[in-house]
Design a protein around this ligand. Structure first.
Ligand code: DQA
Length: 144
């Protein structure tokens, strides 16, 4: 099983950015957790982070034919990007949406998730452990 884990804008600043919302763990810790989880589950993983919407669309498109599933935290693009929604729908790979913070308890403008409309599951508010949960869940969903 091959998995693509995508992180959107400002998630490279985890640990530094608003730690009361996003926690103390930095992006390197997130990457270690994802790699350790995938190694344990026998999953081949590619991690991708970008602050640019088009680069995220390109990464989703490149997953077609090379990945079995996607874990994605589109960050702020969650609430704005129809392009990311359309890319997820285009490749039609099972995708799980992850949010470090509990977006349901935050501002009104965060209550719409375009990307989530193309995802089979959302995990929100579990901190970086949400990525581990998403990977394990997706493995079960894919029956692997
Ligand atoms: C986020 C939530 C988004 O609303 C926000 O714009 C982010 C991070 C999260 O992981 O909690 O950048 O996706």
């Amino acid at each position: 099983m091959k998995l693509l884990v995508i992180n959107g804008p400002n998630l490279n600043l985890l640990g530094l950015r608003e730690p009361e919302l996003y926690g103390q763990a930095d992006y390197a810790a997130l990457e270690r957790l994802v790699r350790a989880t995938c190694a344990q589950e026998g999953i081949e993983v590619t991690l991708f982070q970008s602050n640019h919407e088009g680069a995220i669309v390109d990464a989703i498109q490149a997953a077609y034919g090379s990945a079995d599933g996607i874990v994605i935290n589109p960050a702020a693009y969650t609430h704005t990007s129809i392009a990311i929604l359309d890319a997820l729908k285009a490749v039609a790979l099972p995708a799980v949406e992850v949010h470090v913070s509990d977006v349901a308890r935050r501002e009104a403008f965060r209550q719409v998730s375009y990307a989530g409309m193309a995802c089979v599951k959302t995990i929100s508010g579990a901190g970086i452990d949400g990525y581990r949960q998403a990977i394990v869940w997706l493995k079960g969903y894919l029956g692997e």
